[in-house]
Structure formats: C-alpha cells, structure tokens
Design a binder for this molecule. Structure first.
Ligand code: COA
Length: 334
C-alpha cells in the first residue's frame, strides 16, 4: 500500500454570469429546446464576456479554492491548468495564474487533453505529490470553449459552455486514503472526429483559414458518442475491478458532463445507482476541462454532499484526442 498519496482538500469555481439558453439558440440555428434536452440533457450554458480569457476564470476559481482551505498562494508548490483554450499559445495559462494569484513558490504548466484535461492533470499532480517533490498542488480545469465554437453549426454550438473549476491537492500520509488509482488512455486514431484544424503550426491563422472556418471545433457527434460510452465505461468498470470494488461501493460518481445519455450509459455499465451520480449538465453544458471540478464543487458545496472519511469517489472522462480515463479516490476529508 502507498505510504503517501494526494487528497482533495478544497474546491473552487468560476462561472460567467451570462446564460445562453436553449431558447436563445432556437433563434440562432435550426434547433429546438426539445431536441437539445432529449438528445443531450442540456438546458442552458454560460458564456464568458468577450475580451477575457482562460486565466480570467482560472484565477477566481483558484482563489476561492485556496480561501476555502485557508491556504496562502505562497504555500502552493505546483499549478497545472487543464485547458484547450489557453489565453495565448505561450506563456502558459499556469504562468498567468501563478502571477495573478501571487503563488511565488510554484512551478507549473498547462496540460492539453480535451475534456479529459482535468483528470490527466489531477493524476499528474498526484504523482508529483506521491514522489515527495510537491506537497501542495492547484489543479485547475478552465475552458473558454465559446471562443472556438461556430455559432452557425447546430451540431456543436448547443453542447458547449464556459467555466472553470479548481481543486487543492495535498499530501495524505495515512495509507489507504487519497487518490488510490487512475487509468488514463489516449487513441490518436480518433483525433479527426473532434478537433480544431486551424490556429496551430500546420494551419496558422490566415484570411483563408478564417474563411474556411478552420478555427472552430468540428465534430462527428455519432463517432464521439460511441467512443465516449465505450471508453468511459471501460475504464470505470476496470478501475473498480482492479481495486476489488463494484459500483455498489462507490459513494459519489463524478463523470465528465458531455451528454446525459453518455453519463447514464456509463453508470449503468459500472452498476452505479442514479442517486450517486452528480449531474449538472442541464445548467452548464459541456465545459470541457472544467466539467469534473465544477460537478465536484456542485456536490460538495452547493448540494452539501457530506463525503465521509473512507467513502469512495469515482471520476471518469472522455475527450478529444481521443483521451479518456478514470480516477478512484478514498475520501480523507475536505
Ligand atoms: N438540433 C436539431 N437537430 C440536430 C441538431 C440540433 N442541435 N444537431 C444535429 N441535428 C440533427 C442532425 O442533423 C441529424 O439530422 P438527419 O438525421 O436529418 O441527418 C439528426 O439531428 C440526428 O443527428 P445525430 O448526430 O445522429 O444525433 P445524436 O443523437 O447522435 O445527437 C449529439 C448528436 C452531438 C448530441 C451526440 O452525438 C453527442 O452527444 N455526441 C457526443 C458529443 C460529445 O460528447 N462531444 C464532446 C466530447 S467530450
């Protein structure tokens, strides 16, 4: 058994004020509230005001997270920001956050793994804590996905929304608690089904690339849907089996919020009962790397979900890449 793990000590979030409802979208593209709710479970999402970037959401989420724990920014050793919509190509959003919150003693970086960005970041930070190199890490998921959504494309614009969530990870010295295990996967063969072709080194911004709308998210929804269900349920079932658990042992399941049907199918295959699943996709849509920490925040803070020492928390995600994974945590207090 590991002598040192990482546990979640605190959570924070930021949600833009502006709401984009299904009825707003009905005026923008050929769609209906009924279609969106039935196919996705989404009723509204948040949109960040123009001129602001990823760090403008990551910073308040990080500050709330630290304040809840009573930890000063100087005590943070590491900042990882999971995002596909950084403020700029470089410097990293982690550097911007470090500067804006005054985390003088931290190092850090951005991590790009689409909607799995938070889980990949959490797992990476936990390993640095386990190694003893890091004692305290801010793990943030923040995406202003609205900046790369084509609001004339009904197959993508109804799904996504902006937001940021943060957790403070700290070392846990009691064996058998904290982040016990994670299972992460990538399959670049799925890359073409969910991507932004322009804006990188292969298709730098040009008048032509703008005219071709290459800076927007394109998606083959059906392919992504199928891969999400099989990927998320596979890692959820396997991480439970590997750790000698079943879905019945899980107290709280926090899945990535991409589509209510994907969440239900994953939970069904992992035998996790409905009342244990955190779902807030109706209010925020798919917030990419922010979705898991936003759902965790909702459970712990807004719904006052009282996770007790020893309770099992399962998280799982699927995203562009393809990327997917699960993480299993045994609660050690918050
Ligand atoms: N409103 C109304 N009709 C729409 C629509 C919208 N917003 N978007 C697509 N449609 C239409 C399609 O054009 C299609 O019409 P057709 O049959 O005449 O061609 C029909 O609805 C069915 O499209 P389909 O793509 O099969 O629907 P679906 O049930 O698969 O739902 C998604 C579409 C996008 C909601 C679903 O595939 C999905 O959630 N995929 C995964 C997306 C995802 O999770 N992405 C992020 C990964 S992290």
């Amino acid at each position: 058994m590991k002598q040192r793990t990482a546990y979640i000590r605190s959570v924070g979030r930021f949600l833009p004020e502006r709401k984009l409802t299904n009825s707003d979208l009905e005026k923008m593209v050929e769609t209906s509230d009924d279609w969106i709710v039935t196919r996705t479970g989404i009723r509204e999402r948040r949109i960040l005001e123009p001129g602001l970037g990823c760090s403008h959401m990551a910073v308040p989420a990080a500050i709330e997270c630290l304040e809840r724990a009573g930890v000063s920014p100087e005590e943070v050793d590491l900042i990882i920001v999971g995002t596909v919509t950084p403020d700029m190509l470089f410097p990293s959003t982690a550097c911007l956050v470090q500067d804006k919150i005054g985390a003088k003693n931290a190092w850090g970086f951005d991590l790009s793994a689409g909607c799995s960005g938070f889980l990949f970041s959490l797992s990476t930070a936990s390993q640095l804590i386990e190694s003893g190199k890091v004692n305290r890490a801010l793990v943030i998921g923040s995406d202003v996905i609205s900046t790369i959504i084509d609001y004339t494309d009904r197959s993508t614009c109804v799904i996504f929304g902006d937001g940021a969530g943060a957790v403070l990870l700290e070392a846990c010295d009691e064996p058998g608690f904290g982040l016990l295990d994670f299972m992460l996967k990538i399959d670049g063969g799925g890359g073409e089904y969910l991507c932004v072709r322009g804006g990188g080194s292969r298709i730098p911004p040009s008048h032509e690339s703008i005219d071709n709308r290459e800076h927007y998210v394109t998606q083959d929804g059906r392919q992504v849907f199928k891969a999400s269900v099989s990927g998320m349920s596979d890692v959820s079932v396997r991480i439970l089996e590997k750790n000698g658990l079943t879905g019945k042992d899980i107290t709280l399941f926090v899945p990535h919020q991409a589509n209510k049907r994907i969440i239900d199918a994953t939970a069904e295959r992992a035998h996790i009962e409905e009342e244990k699943i955190v779902v807030n996709i109706d209010k925020y849509g798919n917030t990419v790397a922010a979705s898991i920490p936003l759902a965790l925040y909702e459970a712990l803070v807004e719904r006052d979900y009282d996770l007790k020492k020893g309770d099992y928390l399962l998280m799982s995600a699927f995203g562009a890449g393809f990327t997917w994974g699960s993480a299993l945590m045994r609660w050690w207090g918050c």
